[in-house]
Design a protein around this ligand. Structure first.
Ligand SMILES: [Zn+2]
Length: 392
């Protein structure tokens, strides 16, 4: 029988670092072996392991739902800050299997970053170290807590080496830190990058682009390849320290002046596919005079979008798989299920009635016992799974 010790997930701990720490505390080496051990661990608890993504594995073992896990322990909120595909779905939606599988472990830079001071504190206060998500953000090379330069290690080192050991191989490559930190555009960029981590769902380009276009008008910027007016990409080169641009936005330095760059100059044009989210965040930092102005622009956009989404009557169209997960997780409690699924309780109750799935929470203990006896004393989660499989 596999016995895995599951350490407590730390605030801001990055998904891959947590996987590595589970491996470290259990003496398991290599991502593949840890994943296999997690699968076996689930099998012993009668969990269905088909199509279980890494985030589902880890949210299950840490007792945190996938929405919360995605928002606080992955880079999904930054990577998908602006997205046209499934923009009305909250980050970490369990039914978005392909998206979760592809984006949850995704990195947004070519190196892994560590803070020497954070590591020292972790050793003193916790006795162990962990990889922080906020240190892995693109364009940010210093620790927000300690205001010291982050140290960089090669991606190949991986999150399976614990930070206290990885720091021995790290280099400090922050150049002109004062120049970078004091630049007002970069300051706004950093604040905005942290702001998007708090957004519950993506904002579609059709909402953010017109707002950015309004701001661009004040700078008399050009939005198309033709013309002579200044471009956002040229304004970026003028306003940002060359060392920072070279490190994080090298393509900007490779272009000719006045040459239209779709991935930066196109962010003010609504429609079509979304550009990389960092392009929108950088554009906001350049076009807004203060963080508050940029924050307002995004908040207004997301609120408008949420109101629009919430106004649409929402028939219950949940996948059977999603209902099953919530049914099993909540032990058949439909009220808890509606909270887990963030949906209307009455609609879900209707749907469950149609599926012929009883609310186990509504049963008296003797009735529940009788049902369990009849089901050969299965535990509640197994009973739920059995009920579901028979109903569908
Ligand atoms: Zn730090």
């Amino acid at each position: 029988m596999i016995q895995l010790h599951i350490p407590e997930l730390m605030p801001d701990e990055f998904i891959l670092g947590y996987l590595g720490r589970i491996g470290a505390v259990n003496g398991i080496k290599g991502e593949r072996t840890i994943r296999t051990s997690l699968r076996e661990w689930h099998m012993h608890r009668n969990r269905s392991i088909s199509e279980v993504t890494l985030i589902e594995h880890l949210s299950y073992v840490s007792g945190i739902d996938t929405h919360h896990f995605a928002r606080h322990h992955t880079l999904i909120p930054a990577y998908r800050a602006v997205a046209s595909h499934l923009h009305d779905h909250k980050h970490g939606e369990p039914s978005d299997l392909g998206l979760l599988s592809a984006h949850a472990p995704r990195l947004m830079r070519n190196d892994l970053q560590l803070c020497y001071e954070c590591i020292k504190e972790d050793i003193d206060f916790l006795g162990f170290t962990f990889w922080r998500r906020s240190h892995q953000l693109p364009g940010i090379d210093w620790c927000q807590k300690h205001a010291t330069a982050l140290r960089s290690v090669n991606k190949e080192v991986g999150f399976f080496l614990q930070p206290r050991d990885a720091i021995k191989e790290a280099t400090c490559c922050q150049e002109n830190q004062d120049l970078v930190e004091s630049n007002s555009v970069i300051k706004r960029y950093v604040e905005l990058m942290h702001m998007v981590l708090d957004l519950p769902r993506p904002i579609p380009p059709s909402v953010i682009s017109p707002r950015l276009a309004e701001k661009a008008k004040k700078f008399n910027l050009r939005k198309s390849p033709l013309g002579n007016r200044q471009l956002l990409s040229d304004l970026a080169i003028d306003q940002l320290p060359r060392s920072w641009v070279m490190k994080h936005f090298i393509k900007l330095l490779n272009k000719e002046p006045n040459q239209f760059m779709y991935e930066y100059d196109g962010v003010c044009n609504a429609g079509g596919k979304a550009h990389a989210s960092v392009s929108y965040i950088l554009a906001t930092a350049i076009l807004c005079k203060s963080f508050d102005e940029g924050h307002q622009l995004w908040r207004d956009g997301i609120n408008t979008e949420m109101i629009k989404v919430d106004k649409v009557p929402a028939p219950v169209q949940f996948s059977h798989r999603r209902i099953k997960t919530a049914y099993v997780t909540s032990g058949g409690n439909i009220k808890q299920m509606s909270e887990l699924m963030e949906c209307n309780y009455r609609s879900l109750q209707e749907k469950m009635k149609k599926l012929g799935l009883p609310s186990l929470a509504a049963m008296s203990i003797p009735t529940l016992r009788a049902v369990q006896d009849c089901r050969r004393r299965f535990k509640t989660d197994h009973l739920c799974r059995l009920n579901f499989d028979q109903a569908i």
